[in-house]
Design a protein around this ligand. Structure first.
Ligand code: FAD
Length: 391
């Protein structure tokens, strides 16, 4: 089917937005492209915000795309406020489109309370927080997930007195389960880690805990997750359920409208369920498929999800979708380099999480893609390469 698209509007100038522009041009789209972004910055990568930017090793992480060379009308500081078929309403008037990419990402969840509460989503957030991470500052981090762990890493390195407050029984409980998360406990040395503890509000001078008690702090950072940034779509005639619902081509329920990145819940052929993955690799890869779909080409988005985190001196990498597994096998001792492998009932690999074992990640990702089965006995020996465990 050939679709005639003359003007594509991209809402959201994060990685998924800018990659959509690049992908459209790479496919020969010669029409008009308008890219609008709520932030006043040009597009940048977020992963360095909680790593090199927070540590003061760099001040920014702008992506290298030349939007002028891509003949894109880039409008920073413009917010989409509503969508109706054929037009996006914005803070600077209405924008008609005949192709639309929804790439509005996600917003951090905040806790109740009137006290100063930091989140880490934008470059401005990172620069503001960085200035407060000074030796001796009492820093309370709510949530021992990916962001919480990375902020704790930076804060500890900067000589702050760090408290991490986690609702679950171990770090990373929500992400990968308590058993696996517990293997990261030794990494929290020198940090006051409060597990099974919930914060009810952020107040002047610190946080109040559920059931009473307070944690005094000069700086409070909330890292308890994000929500897809889809409020502006609330009145649109669009399927929303945990983000913008799409099919495997990243098509939404409205004609000529696709969705990508953190805000998109796409149908995964591989896993037979809808996935919304809030990670960099998805924002990088999905726009290729979305652009093809918008231009009437046949393309399917069906990746093995991948992400990484750098925390407490460790490189943590994950590929797959562990809910598809039924048991976890460990390779290597928790005190050193190790990997966790989730095996499905038929001994295929559902997911791998590698700690300082990048080869396990690379080989595991390929094994997942190929759907190979693994020999559990060989698997437990960390000296046997993962690819040699294929049966
Ligand atoms: P976003 O990057 O959120 O971009 C969306 C943009 O749209 C934003 O600029 C927003 O302001 C704008 N917007 C929202 N609503 C509107 C509107 N109505 N109108 C106009 N503009 C709008 N992933 C990893 O895999 N590894 C990591 O180590 C890692 N580290 C991270 C560290 C931090 C601090 C953060 C915040 C994220 C990290 N991630 C990491 C996740 C990764 O950065 C995200 O998955 C990725 O940024 C998603 O890109 P996106 O373009 O979909 O959304």
């Amino acid at each position: 089917m050939v679709i005639h698209v003359n003007h594509v509007v991209v809402v959201g100038a994060g990685l998924a937005g800018v990659r959509s522009v690049e992908a459209l041009r790479a496919r020969g789209f010669g029409g008009k492209i308008t890219l609008i972004g709520q932030e006043r910055h040009r597009p940048y990568d977020r992963p360095p915000l909680s790593k090199a930017v927070l540590m003061g090793e760099t001040d920014s992480s702008f992506v290298g795309s030349d939007l002028a060379a891509l003949e894109t009308d880039f409008r920073p500081g413009v917010t989409a406020t509503a969508l109706r078929a054929g037009a996006v309403e914005t803070t600077e008037g209405e924008l008609g489109y005949d192709g639309l990419v929804i790439a509005s990402g996600a917003d951090p969840i905040r806790l109740p309370g009137d006290g100063p509460q930091h989140v880490l989503r934008t470059l401005d957030d990172a620069l503001e927080l960085r200035a407060l991470l000074v030796p001796g500052a009492r820093v309370a981090i709510i949530g021992a997930g990916w962001i919480g762990a990375e902020v704790a890493t930076a804060a500890r390195r900067k000589g702050c007195a760090v408290t991490v407050i986690e609702a679950g029984p171990a770090p990373l409980t929500q992400a990968v389960g308590a058993e696996l998360g517990a293997r990261t406990l030794p990494w929290y040395e020198g940090i006051d880690l409060r597990l099974d503890t919930m914060v009810s509000s952020v107040d002047e001078g610190g946080v109040t805990l559920v059931g009473g008690g307070t944690v005094a702090a000069d700086v409070v950072v909330t890292g308890i997750g994000v929500r897809p940034a889809v409020e502006w779509l609330a009145d649109a005639d669009l399927d929303l359920h945990n983000g913008v619902v799409t099919d495997e081509h990243l098509r939404t329920s409205l004609p000529n409208v696709v969705a990508v990145g953190d805000c998109a819940a796409w149908w995964s052929r591989r896993y037979g369920r809808r996935l919304r993955v809030e990670h960099w690799d998805t924002a990088l890869g999905a726009p290729e498929v979305a652009a093809a779909t918008l231009l009437g080409e046949e393309a399917v988005y069906d990746p093995v999800p991948y992400f990484w985190s750098e925390q407490f001196g460790h490189m943590v990498q994950y590929a797959g979708h562990h809910p598809a597994g039924e048991r976890v096998i460990y390779r290597g001792d928790a005190t050193g380099k190790w990997s966790a492998l989730w095996l499905a009932a038929d001994d295929t690999l559902a997911a791998v999480m590698a700690v300082d074992r990048p080869r396990d990640l690379v080989q595991g990702r390929r094994i997942i893609e190929a759907g190979h089965r693994l020999d559990e006995e060989r698997l437990v020996d960390p000296d046997v390469p993962l690819r040699d465990c294929v049966v």
